[in-house]
Write a protein that binds this ligand. Structure first.
Ligand code: AMP
Length: 403
């Protein structure tokens, strides 16, 4: 592979896989353009070098071929605006209404330095998700170098994210700037972590997080478990959890994780206290309660003040921090104090020199909601991809560039 920042794109047509899978309202307005803005530095760098850019992406989950609702044509104007934000209005953006075929080939071949071509939704072909080799080869013909900047789909072995890489010489394939920083941050946490290394794992279900916890048992010094999943552990240890969320078929797994942690000398921290509620609602009655003595009819919806104190202390003493999943039902104001306090502790540790990585949809939403995104070391854009990376899996999108 080549290193993006060392590559001179002068005279090259770069085929760039991006993740433009943005949410659109019913009038096709983009309601959150984070995924587009995240990859603009990659595009502008290629253009500034004197190269041209052919962008390919998916949008939504079209089931039966081309569908207006999922057309990437709805993104062209906004892309043009983002690329001409300096007011120069010099960057032209073309659109091909098919990602392969005559029009795509012709527009790509006549594209000039400084110009951008956006291809129609890759998933209008079922071959994309199937990882079809012939389809990948057709796409590969559109560009001379391949740049993958779509970390959000790096865990998929699709035609445009992985299979396509084999049609480029190793020195003509590379990560884009976004993907490169995602991979570097993730590798830093998983393979070069300075100790103490604390993983904070929260969210609703143990079953979704078993693999990540098991892999982190090999690397972390401390694992903080909060959110709904904590109650399965507390119940497994014999506690009364009232009506809190639990997975009765995971009690054995929870005990197994606690036992393995003991053997490996990893400290697992469960919330000693909880904010309990008499119903799952924003206007519920609440009180503070030991997490293993929750009365029937009540449920733990956030970590309590004592748990916040203990967790924050562990976090503040850490040199590496990975955070995935909220500590409570942070969408409701009454139950957001735990998640907010943990976010503040992570920010505080970061200001004292720790490296902190926040990944996964809900924890990213939380740091954004509390305006703390700038105060952590890295906020990942890839939910599923990040989770699979920390589960120890090889991500096809990364492997294809590196191999
Ligand atoms: P996940 O997608 O597994 O990361 O879970 C995130 C969801 O877990 C959020 O919507 C939270 O509201 C929810 N959650 C966190 N803590 C609790 C809890 N104690 N009880 C029920 N749901 C929770």
């Amino acid at each position: 592979m080549s290193k993006f920042s060392d590559f001179n794109f002068f005279g090259y047509k770069a085929l760039v896989r991006v993740d433009f899978n943005v949410p659109l309202d019913d009038k096709f307005n983009i309601t959150d353009d984070t995924r587009m803005t995240a990859t603009i530095p990659t595009i502008t760098r290629i253009l500034k070098d004197g190269g041209s850019v052919i962008l390919m992406s998916h949008l939504g989950r079209p089931k039966d071929g081309p569908t207006d609702k999922y057309s990437l044509k709805h993104l062209v104007n906004h892309l043009h605006k983002l690329l001409n934000a300096d007011g120069g209005n010099t960057t032209k953006v073309f659109f091909a209404d098919n990602c392969i075929g005559e029009q795509a080939n012709l527009t790509a071949s006549t594209l000039r330095a400084g110009e951008v071509l956006l291809l129609e939704n890759l998933r209008f072909y079922k071959e994309e998700e199937k990882g079809d080799k012939a389809f990948a080869e057709k796409l590969s013909k559109l560009g001379e170098v391949y740049v993958n900047d779509a970390f959000g789909t790096a865990h998929r072995a699709h035609a445009s994210t992985a299979v396509i890489a084999q049609f480029f010489e190793p020195d003509k394939r590379m990560f884009g700037l976004l993907m490169e920083s995602e991979v570097l941050s993730a590798e830093k946490v998983l393979h070069e972590s300075e100790k103490p290394f604390t993983a904070i794992i929260g969210g609703a279900k143990v079953s979704d997080k078993i693999l990540i916890i098991e892999n982190l048992l090999e690397r972390a010094t401390d694992i903080i478990i909060g959110g709904g999943m904590a109650y399965t552990f507390i119940k497994a240890r014999g506690g009364n959890i009232g009506n809190s969320l639990r997975e009765n078929d995971r009690l054995e797994t929870a005990l197994d994780i606690l036992e393995k942690a003991k053997q490996k000398n990893v400290s697992i921290h469960l919330p000693e206290t909880s904010v309990i509620a008499d119903k799952f609602a924003a206007d519920a009655n609440t009180k503070d309660c030991p997490s293993d003595q929750i009365p029937d009819g009540w449920m733990g919806l956030d970590i309590g003040p004592k748990a916040i104190g203990i967790f924050s202390e562990v976090i503040r003493n850490s040199k590496t921090i990975l955070w995935n999943g909220p500590m409570g039902v942070f969408e409701m104001e009454k139950f957001q104090n735990g998640t907010k306090s943990i976010a503040l502790a992570v920010a505080d540790a970061t200001s004292k020199g720790a490296f902190s990585l926040v990944g996964g949809g809900d924890s990213v939403a939380a740091v954004n909601q509390f305006h703390l995104a700038e105060k952590v070391s890295y906020v990942s854009t890839g939910g599923g991809a990040m989770l699979e990376y920390f589960e120890g899996k090889v991500l096809p999108g990364i492997a294809a560039i590196k191999d």
